[in-house]
Write a protein that binds this ligand. Structure first.
Ligand code: MTE
Length: 317
């Protein structure tokens, strides 16, 4: 079934070298009898990663795509990247059942007046849950139209009481080897940390994602909460976040640490700036056959281009 949704770019052509390296390390670990299978690393054949629970109330939010149907739920939940659960596109949906999403807290530190910790069940009550149907574009060339559920990320940031020094915000994903088997392996330089400039994170288009398709977030898509930044390549949206840290200087991220010449800090969707190893001019929607042109800022230029006025977007890719 996955093959049906798989774009025709072979994974071998698009997987970042570090991830490839990780796969090699993983295979080497297996060959050396490092006990991976014994630890259950090979997956227990779980097809789904948890119960599907609908939200009681979700209101329509702004910025939704109105001229396209959402990508089928199965495509979005069965094909994706969540390297903590493995290097393949179906690893997340096979292995994310291990993730425990309660209790769950998000700690806040760095350039804030006082560090604090929020519990997910409180976060869920902070603001009306909105449905926002966003175009999403992966750096690897596939894309989707996803009806997210959440509220503006700026709602979270407002509650963090940041100091005047805060210029950037980091989002840290959980990195628990007990729940996320591939965190034991050097697939990436764990934990998965992504970051935004503070004004990007405050932009009303940036979403704190709490669910999709009217339901709580599936584990493989980043339960119980993640970042959704639709004008940037998908890797900027850290999944299953447990820590938010405000900093003064542009921080390294998991991808700029891994391959700085391939993944820039900004990573705005830009059809005119090719990735080092492939073009970014076109994309394929999951489940579709024909490619379509990629739009600057993924079609959200009217909303966000002003954030980058005066910047050279080739250098700041
Ligand atoms: N967040 C974490 N913690 N780990 C990951 O491997 N992958 C990123 C991003 N967030 C990733 C992550 C990448 S490369 C993409 S394309 C999107 O998640 C995919 O999200 P989706 O599966 O919900 O489409």
């Amino acid at each position: 079934m996955l093959i049906r949704h798989r774009p025709d770019i072979p994974t071998s052509a698009i997987t970042p070298p570090a991830v490839y390296g990780g796969r090699r390390d993983f295979l080497r670990a297996l060959a050396l009898g490092a006990g991976a299978a014994g630890c259950g690393l090979l997956g227990a054949g779980h097809a789904a990663s948890g119960e599907r629970t609908r939200f009681a109330s979700v209101v329509p939010g702004p910025f939704s795509v109105s001229d396209e149907k959402p990508t089928p739920y199965s495509s979005v939940t069965e094909y994706g990247n969540f390297y903590e659960f493995g290097p393949d596109k179906d690893s997340p949906q096979r292995n994310a059942y291990r993730l425990r999403t309660r209790p769950w807290t998000v700690s806040v530190d760095g350039e804030v007046r006082a560090p604090k910790t929020f519990a997910i069940d409180d976060i869920l009550k902070w603001a009306p849950l909105e449905e926002r149907v966003y175009r999403m574009r992966c750096v690897e060339g596939w894309s989707a139209v996803i009806p997210w559920v959440g509220f503006p990320l700026n709602e979270l940031i407002r509650r963090c009481d940041v100091t005047g020094n805060a210029k950037f915000v980091e989002f840290w994903s959980l990195a628990d080897p007990e729940q996320m088997p591939y965190v034991r392996l050097p697939v990436l330089d764990w934990p998965y940390v992504e970051a935004l400039r503070l004004d990007e994170a405050m932009h009303p288009l940036a979403l704190l994602g709490l669910g999709m398709y009217g339901e709580h977030m599936p584990k493989q898509n980043g339960a119980p909460l993640r970042v959704v930044v639709p004008w940037k390549y998908g890797f900027k949206g850290a999944k299953s976040i447990v820590r938010v840290r405000f900093v003064e200087r542009q921080p390294p991220t998991v991808w700029t640490r891994t391959a700085p010449d391939e993944y820039g800090f900004y990573s705005n969707v830009n059809p005119d700036v090719p990735h080092k190893r492939w073009s970014q001019s076109h994309e394929r929607r999951l489940g579709e056959f024909f490619k379509r042109k990629t739009l600057p800022f993924n079609g959200y230029a009217d909303q966000v281009a002003g954030l980058y006025a005066g910047m050279d977007l080739r250098r700041n890719f």
